[in-house]
Design a protein around this ligand. Structure first.
Ligand SMILES: N[C@@H](CCC(=O)N[C@@H](CS)C(=O)NCC(=O)O)C(=O)O
Length: 231
């Protein structure tokens, strides 16, 4: 009998961090179930239709997939939709789309964009994940050429900016969209803050995060978000 809702997740997955930030801020008791990406088809309750992480499973067995819909579901069920509700839907929808298309694509360049950073990241990932020893080794050593060789290099080249510059530009743009208050949502965070917080948090465990921490306004917001999730 499942007594708590479950989050199927991967520590290295930025989309999972989006949901994790929301669970922290709303203080929702849940169980985290690590997913071994090489066994996702067997582990995820949404398979075979959906084999990506995160997946959310309610205690009554209801399954929700895809990070943004999961966040909307959780906000609705546990929080009366207060994080999603706004008086300016066009602004919210525009920035949600911006985050899920632009910021989401910036995590791979900073983590895997150079040979050295890709090596550091894959080894850190292998340490951080909870799946078995052999899977972790395969992930670390096979993941590295895939992430660096095929995905990250292409993305960095296409963008033309160094990953650090890309992040500073993104944070300038995001913080520039704030009205009054220290959050996108004003005096307190809203769904858009949480989506951005998830993407930024997903790079925090890695040494490359130091390239982001010298963005002053970005870090002031990031720290305020952390405080909000502890409160
Ligand atoms: N749009 C999805 C993307 C999720 C996603 O791509 N997750 C990755 C891990 S970071 C994954 O599970 N990839 C495996 C696959 O694509 O089969 C979301 O926001 O949840």
């Amino acid at each position: 009998m499942q007594t708590l809702p479950e989050l199927y997740m991967l520590n290295s997955c930025p989309f999972c961090w989006k949901v994790r930030g929301m669970l922290d801020i709303l203080n929702i008791e849940h169980k985290k179930i690590p997913v071994n990406p090489m066994k996702a088809k067997k582990t995820l309750p949404s398979a075979p239709e959906w084999t990506k992480s995160p997946v959310w499973r309610e205690t009554d067995g209801e399954i929700i997939v895809d990070s943004t819909p999961i966040m909307q579901f959780i906000d609705q069920k546990y929080n009366d939709g207060a994080l999603w509700n706004t008086t300016d839907e066009a602004r919210r929808d525009h920035w949600l789309e911006w985050l899920d298309s632009k910021m989401s694509k910036a995590t791979i360049p900073i983590l895997y964009g150079s040979l050295f950073s890709a090596l550091r990241t894959t080894r850190r990932v292998a340490k951080m994940e909870k799946f078995g020893f052999f899977s972790r080794q395969i992930y670390a050593w096979a993941g590295f050429p895939i992430m660096w060789g095929f995905i990250a290099r292409k993305r960095v080249k296409k963008d033309g900016r160094k990953p650090k510059q890309l992040w500073h530009d993104l944070l300038d743009e995001f913080i520039g969209a704030f009205n009054d208050g220290q959050f996108f949502g004003g005096e307190s965070p809203d769904m858009i803050d949480l989506v951005a917080f998830g993407y930024v948090s997903s790079i925090e465990p890695y040494p490359q995060f130091s390239q982001v921490t010298d963005h002053k306004a970005g870090m002031t917001w990031f720290k305020a978000m952390k405080e909000a999730s502890k409160a």
